[in-house]
Design a protein. Structure first.
Length: 304
């Protein structure tokens, strides 16, 4: 016969199994209380507030011009979905040329900006030179200067160097990014100096340390900076609009604005233009979203 202790232990195990396994919280994880639920609801509402206009633009782009101008609030037009607006946009102008110009100029701006910003940030983080403090103050102060203030002097500068209607005139004024220098410096400051000291003992020079130690450890933040710079260069409208007059050199946001119909405002075509301009950025974000989130979590983007 089973003893009383054995019966008690058996009943306890049976009761535990019936209740199911108890889920343990991760270290530092807070219970899912009312505050977290409220924050989640607010975030969902904010996401919907951003997503609904975009979805409406996509829905309008797949309507006929008659349905788009009718004022009908339905998501699908009475004539059903159609790609007439996209066909009309792609059949006019040099859309493919504009897309290529946007792609390669954005890549060029990203690579040059990343190179300049990373080198400058490492110099401010590790080198001790005369005027370092005040020069960094100037860089921080330049972050608050609106880019529109520099449009006229930059235009005259490009005019003096005969860079109007050239790719270099489009690219070079966009490669200075003080905010990215600040963000990269904060990340470089967090890298242990002992790693560099050990490499210096082994005979590595400053550039070798930067290339072989600092950059590999900075891949998340470098990826985040590259993506944000690429998005900014792709979306830039004002500077390419001013410096480029040749239709074969226009970027996609500028070129699409030249596609004007003789019948006045074509709402479906306008929305189709917006979708075409935003589609590459959506693809980039979907592909690199892990790098963006990791970079935000480990850098100054999140205010940490």
């Amino acid at each position: 016969m089973m003893s009383t202790a054995t019966l008690t232990r058996t009943e306890a195990v049976t009761t535990t199994k019936a209740r199911g396994p108890k889920r343990s919280r991760l270290p530092g994880q807070k219970p899912f209380g009312l505050l977290r639920i409220s924050a989640l609801v607010v975030l969902i509402l904010l996401a919907l507030g951003w997503l609904l206009p975009f979805l409406w633009a996509v829905a309008t782009a797949f309507k006929t011009e008659t349905d788009a101008a009718s004022g009908d609030p339905s998501w699908i037009g009475a004539s059903g979905p159609t790609v007439e607006a996209f066909t009309a946009i792609l059949s006019q102008g040099n859309v493919y040329t504009w897309a290529f110009n946007s792609l390669w100029t954005s890549i060029a701006v990203t690579l040059i900006t990343l190179t300049i910003s990373a080198l400058a940030a490492y110099a401010f983080s590790r080198l001790d030179f005369t005027g370092r403090k005040w020069l960094f103050v100037v860089i921080i102060a330049s972050i608050v200067v609106p880019p529109q203030v520099l449009i006229i002097p930059l235009f005259y500068e490009m005019l003096a160097f005969n860079m109007i209607d050239t790719y270099w005139g489009l690219i070079l004024p966009q490669v200075v990014a003080p905010a990215m220098v600040f963000i990269l410096k904060r990340f470089f400051d967090a890298i242990p100096i002992e790693l560099e000291d050990a490499a210096r003992v082994d005979g590595a020079g400053r550039l070798r340390i930067f290339w072989s130690i600092v950059l590999p450890l900075s891949r998340p933040i470098l990826a985040s900076v590259a993506i944000f710079v690429f998005i900014g260069a792709w979306n830039n409208f004002l500077w390419p609009f001013l410096v480029i007059n040749d239709t074969t050199l226009m970027t996609l946001p500028v070129g699409l604005q030249t596609v004007i119909s003789a019948y006045g405002v074509q709402y479906a075509q306008v929305m189709a233009q917006a979708v075409l301009a935003a589609l590459p950025l959506i693809v980039v974000f979907i592909i690199f979203q892990k790098q963006i989130v990791k970079g935000v979590a480990t850098s100054g983007f999140g205010g940490q």
